[in-house]
Design a protein around this ligand. Sequence first.
Ligand SMILES: Cc1cc2nc3c(=O)[nH]c(=O)nc-3n(C[C@H](O)[C@H](O)[C@H](O)COP(=O)(O)OP(=O)(O)OC[C@H]3O[C@@H](n4cnc5c(N)ncnc54)[C@H](O)[C@@H]3O)c2cc1C
Length: 394
Amino acid sequence: MSTVAEAASCREATPPRYDVLVVGAGLHGGLAALALLDARPGLRLALVERDERPAGNHTWCFHAADVPRDVGGWFGRLPVLEWPGYRVAFPGFSRELALPYRCLTADALVAALRAVFAERPQATLLTGCAVQAVSADCVTLVDGRVLRADCVIDARGGATQDQRGGYQKFLGLEVALEADSGLDRPVLMDACLAQGPQFRFMYVLPLAPRRLLIEDTAFALTPDLDAAGCRAAIRAYAAGHGWHITQVVREESGVLPMPWRGRPPAPARPLTLGYSGGWYHPATGYSMPAALRVADLLARHGTEAVPAIQAAWHAQARQFRFGQLLNLLAFRGFRPDLMWHPFARFYRLPLATIERFYGQRSTVLDAARLLLGRPPRGFGSAWWGRDRRARACS
Ligand SMILES: Cc1cc2nc3c(=O)[nH]c(=O)nc-3n(C[C@H](O)[C@H](O)[C@H](O)COP(=O)(O)OP(=O)(O)OC[C@H]3O[C@@H](n4cnc5c(N)ncnc54)[C@H](O)[C@@H]3O)c2cc1C
């Protein structure tokens, strides 16, 4: 068995006993392994990934304030892009928010993982290795072999099935431009688009002067993604801004749950991280803040981190329910073409309230700011629309 990152393959592996087995080298599994290996260099850890390459094809953004205070050296291993803030735009209202915003690419996560596994001879990155079953102290691979460990972490991604709600679905094109875009910071939400049967906006990340990631995003009640329509809309949006695309470098897409009912069970053994463990923000779709929080706890407490992670999960459960309530109000309260109003109102709030909301750290006062006062324009329009449709049908 080779001990260097990605040199180890499924076939070569003989099944020794590990201290920790992490299943899934995506965002949560990757950060968990990185944090554990950095803080506990002697740990016998195996990171088991189904695909040949870890980390998938993503660009993960987050607010600088989501990084835990006094975070360990593992975070410094991650090359991240940073901007001093971002913009949002709605019909009749736009704002520049001075909230430092960061981005971690899948390539950067892969590079950090390769480096840490190369330095730790007792650690193994097994790629091209699909896992069939996970239990508290062992992992069964699809070829039938069983790997054993004192601590098993399941970070296979995917949302739990028993949730009810809407979806955030998006397709992004990373494009090379003929000339500088002129954008010096991301555009988190440009809702100045023709709205139709689903609420739509564009999200733009200036990765370099001539390189943009442009995502066409929709909030909808159905998970179907019109990929061709998104690509065409992105090209039209770019053209409308005078950005001449010379090449589409990469494409990424996602359909994320925006539930208003249901919640995965509290973490037990094996420890479930990532989306399937409920470690995400139901209203924004972001899971980076939760991934950073859990990785920080793993770095601090090592294999004894489970109680601290369970406590963090219960603290986050309140924030999760708050996000679910907002999803319910947005999807059930507003007709899709008017759904931008609550978001425009949200982005008028104080910066600290916005920042804490993204990081699932809202205070009672933040919640009051979001919920109290005059409802945003269009509230109730979904009910009226349904009533009218119901009357028309009867
Ligand atoms: C395109 C896209 C962009 C996003 N952008 C952001 C963002 O900007 N900020 C943010 O906070 N969130 C973002 N999200 C949401 C969320 O943070 C990501 O989906 C994140 O990757 C979820 O992390 P995860 O570890 O749960 O799953 P993943 O990152 O998907 O990792 C799961 C890993 O497990 C592996 N795996 C699955 N099954 C098996 C198996 N049987 N055996 C072995 N390995 C297996 C997969 O191959 C994968 O590598 C984005 C989501 C998508 C889809």
